[in-house]
Design a binder for this molecule. Structure first.
Ligand code: NDP
Ligand code: OXD
Length: 309
C-alpha cells in the first residue's frame, strides 16, 4: 500500500511532504520520481496530466485534493470503476464564504471603479448600495454554497439559492429545478455560481439565464470557467444589462494574456484562489481514507460518478 501525489504545479513537494509528515509509516511518492507502481493504492491528485492515472494495477481510490472533480471526469483514460473522493473541509467552505463576501462588499461600495478612477486621477463620487436592499442568489447550495448563503444572511443580505434537490436553510429562500429558476433569477441582484461543473451545468451562465437577472445585476463566478459563456457575459456587460462581474475561474488557466477580460473595465479578476485546500486541515481525511481502503470500509466524501460531483 502506498500513495502517489500527481499534480503539475509547484505544490507537489508540499503535498508529498505534508502527507509523509502526517504519517511516516505510509510510503508517499511524487509521480515525477521513480516509484513502484504496483504498490500504489491511492492517488492524491489535482489537475493531473491526462493519462497519468493509467498504469497503477492496484489503485483503489482517486482522491481529488480539491472540492471539484470535473478534471477527473474529463480524463477518459482514467481507470473507471474506482472510487473517487473529494475534499470537504470547513476552511475550504469558510474561505469561499469570506471571498464572496469581500467581492460583494467591494461591488456595493464601488471599490473596483474607484481603483480605476484613482489610476486615472479622477474624482468621481458614485451612488452606493445598502446590504439590506440587496438580494444575493447562489447557484448551488452544497458544502460551499450553503455556508456562503448562511454567512451572508448574518450580514443582513436577503439570500436565496437554487439547487438540484430542495434545501431547507434557515433564513435562505430556496428554489429547485427549471420551473423555479425563473423566479430565482428575476429577484437576484448578485448572482454567485457555486455549482460543480458537469454536463448539466456546463455553460449555464449564458445569455438566456443572465438576461433574466434584473438590470444592473452583478455576476460572481467562483465555480469553474466552463460554467460561463464568456462572449455572453461581455455582451450583457457592454449592453449595460449587467453592471459588472467578478471571476475567479476561467476556461483556460492561467488566462491567456490576450483575453478580453484583462482589459474590460467591468470584469474584475482573481487567479483561481478564492479558496484553496489547506494541507494541515485536509490531510487527516486523506489518511483516514487511505486506511479505509486497506480495511475495506466505506470511504468519506465519495463522489457520485453518475451525477459527476
Ligand atoms: P457540492 O457538491 O457540495 O455542492 C454542489 C451543489 O450544486 C449542490 O447543492 C447540488 O445540488 C448543486 N447542483 C449540482 N448540479 C446541479 C444541477 N444540475 N442543477 C442544480 N443544482 C445542481 O460542491 P461544493 O459546494 O463543495 O463545491 C462547488 C464547486 O465549487 C466545486 O465543484 C468547485 O468547482 C468549486 N470550487 C472553487 C474553488 C475556487 O477557489 N474557486 C474552491 C473550491 C471549490 P444537490 O445538493 O441537490 O446535489
Ligand atoms: C477546488 C478548487 O475545487 O480549488 O477545490 O477549485
Amino acid at each position: 500500500m502506498a500513495i502517489v501525489v500527481i499534480r503539475q504545479d509547484k505544490k507537489i513537494e508540499l503535498w508529498k511532504n505534508a502527507l509523509q509528515k502526517a504519517n511516516s509509516a505510509i510510503n508517499v511518492y511524487s509521480y515525477i520520481e521513480d516509484h513502484p507502481k504496483d504498490e500504489i493504492t491511492m492517488a492524491v491528485i489535482w489537475k493531473h496530466p491526462k493519462g497519468s492515472l493509467a498504469g497503477y494495477p492496484n489503485l483503489k481510490c482517486i482522491a481529488s485534493a480539491g472540492a471539484g472533480v470535473d478534471y477527473i471526469f474529463e480524463d477518459e483514460t482514467r481507470p473507471k470503476n474506482i472510487p473517487i473522493t473529494r475534499i470537504v473541509d470547513p476552511f475550504l467552505a469558510s474561505d469561499m464564504s469570506e471571498h464572496v463576501l469581500a467581492v460583494i462588499l467591494a461591488h456595493l461600495k464601488n471599490l473596483n471603479a474607484y481603483k480605476l478612477d484613482q489610476v486615472a486621477n479622477s474624482w468621481a463620487p458614485k451612488d452606493y448600495l445598502r446590504i439590506k436592499d440587496v438580494t444575493v442568489g447562489i447557484l448551488g447550495l452544497g458544502e460551499l454554497g450553503a455556508l456562503t448563503a448562511t454567512d451572508l444572511t448574518t450580514f443582513g443580505f436577503k439570500v436565496q439559492g437554487w439547487s438540484r434537490s430542495k434545501k431547507n436553510i434557515e433564513g435562505v429562500k430556496t428554489f429547485t429545478g427549471g420551473n423555479e429558476q425563473q423566479e430565482f433569477l428575476k429577484t437576484t441582484d448578485v448572482l454567485v455560481c457555486l455549482l460543480p461543473l458537469t454536463p448539466a451545468t456546463e455553460g449555464i451562465l449564458n445569455k438566456e439565464l443572465m438576461s433574466q437577472l434584473p438590470k444592473n445585476a452583478f455576476v460572481i463566478n467562483v465555480a469553474r470557467g466552463g460554467h460561463l459563456v464568456d462572449a455572453d457575459l461581455i455582451e450583457l456587460l457592454d449592453a449595460e444589462h449587467l453592471s459588472g462581474a467578478c471571476l475567479d475561474v476561467y476556461h483556460t488557466e492561467p488566462l491567456p494574456k490576450s483575453y478580453p477580460f484583462w482589459n474590460h473595465k467591468k470584469v474584475h479578476m482573481t487567479p483561481h484562489y478564492a479558496s484553496v485546500s489547506d494541507t494541515n486541515s485536509v490531510i487527516p481525511q486523506l489518511i483516514e481514507n487511505y486506511y479505509k481502503i486497506g480495511s475495506g470500509e466505506k470511504l468519506q466524501n465519495l463522489v457520485d460518478a453518475d451525477k459527476g460531483y
